[in-house]
Design a protein around this ligand. Structure first.
Ligand code: MN
Length: 317
């Protein structure tokens, strides 16, 4: 998916509150943003309270939404640099097409992971014109400096490791948890876990104390160490926790992300993660000139243009 503001502000990780180095419960309200035509999503990160969670730097919660005939997702071809896009499908289907030639439908329970490296472009569209339902989380992972210029790649993970505990189905999307290792290829120490329950459930999950963590409810209501969390709020948990209690009284689903605090400063603007404004300007000029990012074939959606580079505003710190 694509960041779509017409004159986005550059978010600098310098402006992020540092990881407090201890457990906290900090509620960050999502804001509503638009991806594609008529598709509103909840954007938890980046936000007015800028925050990374490990290398996770962008967190969209799309849907659940029922759409009419011909009104499904249509995010036209757009570029990325310096990050990985991580899509977790909950309901419905999305067709991914990219400049590497991959064309991949993602279905519930599956992950699409695209590593942008020095540059890639992709489009995300409904699979057909039929009415349907869509519910997904899309996250971005900042690439560390040593990896951010690598060649782009795309991986589809049709199955992720899972186990049942206390009524929750626990799926390890990224990293290692509950003795299970996700196959997703990531480049810094991080974790992503989905907890899904069809009825009341309760579990206690072991965490790495050196990681910072945050939780986002995808459906229903989940109680996290006594704090009730519903869709629309990101709960930042700090670091220094060796476990976390999760409970729900009815069907619910929760996404937990975490990672080693990301020590490098990053600049996030539009669909790019970089280190300097010049890198953002060059990437923007390259995209608008039709260079560097290849071509996405077959998407019915219009190619997106980068916003005016003159509109780049560095947030004052
Ligand atoms: Mn995208």
């Amino acid at each position: 998916m694509s960041a779509s503001e017409s004159s986005p502000t550059v978010s600098s990780s310098r402006d992020c509150a540092d990881c407090p180095g201890r457990p906290v419960l900090e509620r960050i309200e999502s804001r509503v943003a638009e991806i594609g035509e008529g598709f509103s999503i909840r954007r938890a990160l980046p936000n007015r309270q800028p925050r990374m969670v490990g290398a996770w730097c962008f967190l969209d919660h799309a849907g659940p939404v029922d759409y009419a005939r011909g009104k499904g997702l249509n995010v036209g071809s757009h570029p990325h640099i310096g990050l990985q896009t991580f899509t977790w499908m909950i309901e419905g289907e999305i067709l991914h097409r990219d400049s590497l030639g991959f064309e991949q439908v993602i279905r519930p329970g599956q992950v699409n992971l695209m590593t942008a490296g020095h540059g890639v472009s992709h489009a995300e569209d409904a699979v057909n014109d039929e009415p349907g339902r869509m519910h997904a989380a899309q996250l971005w992972i900042a690439l560390p400096d040593a990896e951010r210029h690598r060649a782009p790649s795309f991986h589809h993970y049709p199955e992720l490791p899972r186990r049942e505990d206390g009524g929750f189905r626990i799926t390890v999307l990224a990293g290692e948890a509950c003795g299970l290792q996700s196959p997703a290829q990531v480049f810094s120490p991080l974790v992503g876990i989905d907890f899904s329950a069809n009825a009341a459930a309760s579990t206690r999950i072991a965490l790495k104390p050196g990681f910072e963590h945050a939780a986002m409810t995808l459906r229903g209501s989940v109680v996290i160490d006594g704090e009730t969390l519903e869709p629309g709020t990101l709960l930042y948990l700090g670091s220094g926790r060796d476990s976390l209690n999760l409970r729900c009284d009815n069907a619910a689903q929760l996404l937990l992300v975490g990672g080693e605090p990301f020590s490098e400063e990053i600049l996030l603007w539009w669909n790019f993660v970089a280190r300097t404004p010049e890198e953002l300007q060059i990437a923007t000029a390259d995209w608008n000139a039709g260079q560097r990012f290849g071509e996405v074939k077959g998407s019915p959606s219009a190619r997106l243009l980068a916003p005016d580079i003159g509109a780049i505003k560095l947030r004052k710190s």
